[in-house]
Ligand binder design. Structure first.
Ligand code: HEM
Length: 191
């Protein structure tokens, strides 16, 4: 059962989701292990910048902790051959300042990405024979995806400042698109 606030938030970010889904070019990028690793490296930068800001803004570790995925990105990158020094040198975008509702708006984008991520993860598993190791970011909540998403949506409905929530979600989609697609353009030009 979808709540009213969630319905409005989804409508307000629908175009941004479609744009990101279109521009990401994920099928092409994950077609090779090297391309998949490069995409994870870029996602790692985004999570490295946003997770601390979301954690500080929400100040609710029992809720946010299980939704953090930076460690998973590091583990997947290590499994795929990047050493710890190389991982710690990966670039990341500007860290946003996010207070309570804005932090939840940014988390909406990262948490929602676990839904489409199930599709992407299945494709990567089929292409590269990965099951758990190397695939923990995209597996995300695995069989608990539905339950985690329901709990997240319930939390959304408690937000008082809907404008701040929505503005942050739209801005996060935009920042993610800029960050993930800029790198892809550079990689494509270099290829
Ligand atoms: C990093 C890129 C992406 C982000 C940040 C993202 C974000 C989101 C968000 C926030 C939602 C929740 C929408 C709602 O409120 O119901 C969502 C849902 C969904 N996304 Fe994405 N998405 C991304 C990429 C993709 C891609 C590439 C696909 C296609 C494979 C995809 C497929 C889906 C699907 C199928 C749903 C709906 C799942 C459901 O309702 O059960 N997404 N995504």
């Amino acid at each position: 059962m979808i709540g009213d606030l969630h319905r409005r938030l989804r409508a307000a970010t629908e175009a941004a989701h479609a744009g990101l889904e279109h521009d990401l070019g994920w099928e092409r990028r994950v077609a090779t292990v090297a391309g998949y690793r490069a995409l994870l490296a870029r996602l790692r930068g985004f999570h490295a910048a946003y997770e601390p800001a979301i954690g500080a803004g929400l100040a609710d570790e029992p809720f946010f902790g299980p939704r953090r995925r930076l460690d998973r990105l590091d583990a997947d990158l290590a499994y795929l051959g990047l050493d710890a020094a190389a991982i710690s040198c990966l670039p990341f975008p500007d860290t946003p300042r996010l207070d309570g509702p804005a932090a939840l708006g940014a988390l909406y984008v990262l948490e929602g990405s676990t839904l489409g991520g199930q599709v992407i993860g299945r494709r990567i598993a089929a292409l590269h024979g990965l099951t758990t190791d190397g695939l923990t970011y995209y597996r995300a909540h695995g069989p608990a995806t539905g339950a985690m998403w329901s709990a997240f949506r319930a939390r959304l409905e408690t937000v008082a400042d809907e404008a701040a929530l929505t503005e942050a979600a739209v801005a996060t989609f935009r920042a993610m698109r800029d960050w993930l697609c800029a790198d892809d353009a550079a990689t494509s030009r270099a290829a």
